[in-house]
Design a protein around this ligand. Structure first.
Ligand code: NAP
Length: 250
């Protein structure tokens, strides 16, 4: 199995891409700490994984709260003894052009999407260093690589994740800690069903933005995250894995 004996903490894992990653990691032998603000969904996923023979634990974590990060890392160490993999996946996406973006929306987006990744990285590093290293996978977006017409704060936050990842990679390579970013195109999840995929026409428009002619699935992203989390990518750090059906190749 590709993650045998590894311990992985995934944020925003109660639903969407994070939930699919939690299930995939478990099926590849990892013990998984499911973190989210959605307690009912998170506990349901914990039961689902554990009743199918896996080992998982739900921990309530608002990624913007430093004390909750301390609790999540301490709980992981107490329950599973170490942390090998951190997937900073939690995020929000709200449509807004620059002039329409309120200070509140800017702060909320930067807090969850960028500061949340910073806090997670900060608190996982000492635990990882203790056991000789680890892999941090930060979920950015194509919006962290190229501009998006409707997402001012989102683009800024995902661009921040891209460069925080590279900064982390070069600072902690000596400790055996790798950090890489993932850049999905439009993925079919609860984040996009109310907007980019809301109607048949919207879904077709979204699909056509990708040269491969469809939007992505959570599984498309999860297999890339699995690769970066595992030792198969042991010579990769500070890299960008683009999973976008060719969207940014144009
Ligand atoms: P999703 O289904 O909305 O899942 C995101 C999860 O993060 C939700 O459970 C959400 O809870 C949670 N979350 C929000 N704020 C949080 C906080 N402060 N602390 C902890 N958890 C929080 O979205 P997804 O599509 O799976 O997105 C996963 C990641 O991929 C995000 O970083 C997103 O920006 C990125 N991404 C998505 C797409 C896409 O097209 N879907 C494309 C590129 C990148 P709530 O429901 O309560 O907000």
């Amino acid at each position: 199995m590709r993650l045998n004996d590894k311990v992985a903490l995934i944020t925003g894992a109660a639903r969407g891409q994070g939930a699919v990653e939690a299930k995939l990691f478990s099926s590849e032998g990892a013990k998984v700490v499911i973190c989210d603000i959605l307690d009912a969904e998170g506990k349901r996923l914990e039961s689902e994984i554990n009743s199918s023979g896996g080992s998982s634990l739900f921990v309530h974590l608002d990624v913007t709260e430093e004390s909750e990060w301390q609790n999540a890392i301490e709980t992981t160490l107490r329950s599973f003894g170490k942390i090998d993999i951190l997937v900073n996946n939690a995020g929000i996406y709200k449509w807004s052009q620059v002039e329409e973006t309120t200070s509140e929306l800017w702060d909320q987006t930067m807090d969850i999407n960028a500061k949340g990744v910073f806090l997670g990285t900060k608190h996982a590093i000492s635990a990882m260093r203790h056991t000789g290293g680890g892999s941090i996978v930060n979920i950015s977006s194509v919006a962290g690589l190229v501009g998006s017409a409707n997402a001012a704060a989102y683009c800024a936050s995902k661009g921040a994740v891209r460069l925080l990842t590279k900064s982390t990679a070069i600072q902690y390579a000596k400790d055996g800690i790798r950090a890489n970013s993932v850049h999905p195109g439009i993925i079919d999840t609860p984040m996009t069903t109310p907007n980019l995929l809301a109607t048949k026409e919207a879904r077709e428009r979204s699909a056509l933005r990708h040269p491969l002619g469809r939007v992505g699935t959570s599984e498309d992203v999860a297999y890339g995250v699995l690769f970066l989390a595992s030792d198969e990518s042991s010579f990769m750090t500070g890299a960008e894995l683009v999973i976008d059906g060719g969207l940014t190749a144009q």
